[in-house]
Design a protein around this ligand. Sequence first.
Ligand SMILES: [Zn+2]
Ligand SMILES: [Zn+2]
Length: 369
Amino acid sequence: MAPTVAAEATAAAAQQHTGKAAALAARDASGHLAPLTITRRSTGDDDVAIKILYCGICHSDLHSIKNEWNNAMYPVVPGHEIAGVVTEVGKSVTKFKAGDRVGVGCMVNSCQSCDSCDEGFENHCRGIIFTYNSVDRDGTITYGGYSSNVVVHERFVVRFPDAMPLDQGAPLLCAGITVYSPMKYHGLNVPGKHVGVLGLGGLGHVAVKFAKAFGMKVTVISSSPAKRQEAMERLGADAFIVSKNADEIKAAAAAMDGIINTVSANMSMAPYMGLLKPNGKMIMIGLPVKPLEIPPFDLIMGNKTLAGSCIGGMRDTQEMIDVAAKHGVTADIEVVGAEYVNEAMERLAKADVRYRFVIDIGNTLESSE
Ligand SMILES: [Zn+2]
Ligand SMILES: [Zn+2]
């Protein structure tokens, strides 16, 4: 019974998909991205139609196209760091008009009626619809920002402040809100407090910039001694610790109010818990594949907190990009053409990028027709 109903829903929905878009899609777990023409729904009453100009390449895109989380629904068109210009709005849309500079992050819809949605935390909604590889309300699969255009409910569209460049701002829609939200809700946005940033990559470098914008003391903790100069001289960190250097770790004992842990490699937490002051907070935003190793003693002594954080709601996402624009916080990017995307993925897998690839969709993504 169910499959028939779903098939009918999909067929009916497809009839509403009157728009077309050029896209880059992975067809299988090789993850190879190749041109594909996809459809987009016609602009509904609450929808905003967007011409995509830039899309950041997030590490999640790499996991998704290679089916490393075992949930890929091919073809997968990744991309949830979307920046572009509004081309058309539905008749009930109040916040946007054609020509506005806008962005779309990790989600494109939610139930819009549960407690989480009412409180502005659509990211915790059980009916969340992700920007790609997710089943949309009409039964179709969502396609992300490695494409020429997209249609999104206005609630999930973010306004770009005039001062925020579209290319350097695009990665903030995932990486930016991922670090901003836990800093806000765990009190790590207060001048004079001391935050550690564990791992200096796509997430970490934005965390350092926000922390400096908040007037905090920032220590970068990295496995790579070569990043010391970069962290301190260019990004403005106050101190740098090589994670494998036991003397440096010991010298910084009980110094930090919190640590933003961006590391996605399997790791032991024990050495880092000691860097926290009493009541200090270790906040996980990286996603190692294996379970965390943390001796209970290191959590209990000093009343430490171990917390997790997953992106942020739409209100906070808008606030994040407004704060970023005000303080000149942007992502450091390498802009690439659509034809370079497979090479970019290979380099990303080796962490060979400072710090985010952004695809110049507007100038380089050509229709496959
Ligand atoms: Zn992401
Ligand atoms: Zn909801």
